[in-house]
Design a protein around this ligand. Structure first.
Ligand SMILES: NC(=O)c1ccc[n+]([C@@H]2O[C@H](COP(=O)([O-])OP(=O)(O)OC[C@H]3O[C@@H](n4cnc5c(N)ncnc54)[C@H](OP(=O)(O)O)[C@@H]3O)[C@@H](O)[C@H]2O)c1
Length: 332
């Protein structure tokens, strides 16, 4: 591995904005970085490491993982553990590191779902892979209809009480499940810190009740795939570039997703972004951050350049009513 030594930028806290996560005392940067793609053993370790450095240098304190990020499963946590050891462990108290369990991870009946057995064993494994004593946030990655919610929330409460996690979160829970989960956690004395949900100009499900529940319960909200995996950027404006997620880098986005109808909307959004003197990615992120309920946008990045562009979103988070209604017209 090429030898690089890392000293964080001394001015890293001067420009990033932080928002209070729900009613908790925890602040999160408005832009957080996720390691779902681009950080597995199949990816370039040095690029990933440089992206993490650039993020921390810009005041991004929050890094989001899950047990099965890679591929292969577990490899994003292992690589992140290496980066922590090489560069960031001296700054552990400046970092918010999250991980999750809920989707397929290991064979047999205990490596998937929401059982106490799975969540606790998985958290232990994640800590080992990352070389950590604790994570800051541990999530139930999805609601499991085959496990009593009391059991899943009980496992989160146990992880917090045992010091393996500082806060509990839930992800992909619908409004009703969120209400129930939050009531159980409240009773246990471990409030639900945060909800992680998919939200972008192209996926607006949280507007159908979830944002209202989060606001009422004062639960923080971190939104994932805010750029619709790259569709809401200039990445696909001139075709499908080599090395992009849609060009076969991932099973989660494919050429079939890049339809002429979609690209027509994206072109129009891009023109509006240019009039606002922003890139499309910046406008897509700002559009989410205009909601006070959205604590942070959880982006992915395959290069330092992408990350830097996305961070500059904070230079303009305001929209006129005319711009908002133009966006609605384009998206219709
Ligand atoms: N809780 C859950 O169930 C769940 C599910 C999914 C994701 N997540 C979390 O959310 C995080 C982000 O998800 P995501 O990666 O789908 O987010 P995203 O920000 O919507 O998409 C990231 C991708 O968009 C492209 N991109 C980003 N910035 C760009 C720019 N400025 N210009 C051009 N292209 C740009 C890159 O694609 P290329 O790779 O093509 O360059 C990048 O890999 C994940 O890492 C994970 O932490 C959680």
């Amino acid at each position: 591995m090429k030898h690089i030594s890392y000293t964080p930028d001394a001015n890293r806290y001067t420009t990033m904005q932080y928002r209070q996560c729900g009613k908790s005392g925890l602040k999160l940067p408005v832009v957080s970085l996720g390691l779902w793609h681009n950080f597995g053993f199949n990816d370039n370790f040095l690029t990933g490491r440089q992206v993490i450095h650039a993020a921390f240098d810009a005041g991004i304190t929050h890094f989001d993982l899950a047990n099965n990020y890679g591929p292969p499963y577990g490899s994003a946590e292992e690589n992140f553990g290496r980066i922590l050891k090489l560069d960031l462990l001296p700054f552990r108290d400046e970092l918010i590191i999250s991980t999750k369990a809920g989707y397929d991870m290991w064979p047999g009946p205990y490596g998937d779902g929401g059982s106490r057995k799975y969540l606790i064993a998985s958290c232990e494994q994640s800590l080992k892979r990352m070389g950590l004593d604790y994570v800051d946030i541990f999530y139930s990655h999805r609601f499991d209809p085959n496990t009593p919610l009391e059991e899943t929330m009980g496992a989160l409460d146990y992880l917090v009480r045992s010091g393996k996690a500082l806060y509990a979160g839930i992800s992909n829970y619908n409004p009703e499940q969120t209400q129930k989960a939050s009531a159980i956690l409240e009773n246990l004395g471990t409030p639900c810190l945060i909800h992680q949900n998919k939200y972008s100009m192209l996926v607006r499900t949280p507007e159908e009740g979830l944002l209202t529940v989060l606001e009422q319960k004062q639960i923080g909200s971190i939104v994932f795939s805010p750029l619709a995996q790259g569709l809401l950027t200039d990445r696909y404006l001139k075709g499908i570039p080599q090395g992009s997620r849609a060009a076969g880098q991932s099973i989660f986005l494919s050429e079939q997703n890049i339809t002429p109808e979609l690209m027509d909307k994206v072109q129009k959004l891009n023109q509006l972004a240019q009039r606002r003197q922003q890139t499309l990615a910046q406008m897509a992120l700002a559009w989410l951050l205009r909601h006070k309920t959205v604590t942070s946008v959880l982006i992915g990045a395959s290069s330092v350049e992408q990350l830097k562009v996305n961070i500059k979103t904070i230079d303009n988070l305001n929209f006129t009513d005319a711009e908002l209604s133009e966006i609605e017209t384009i998206l219709k």
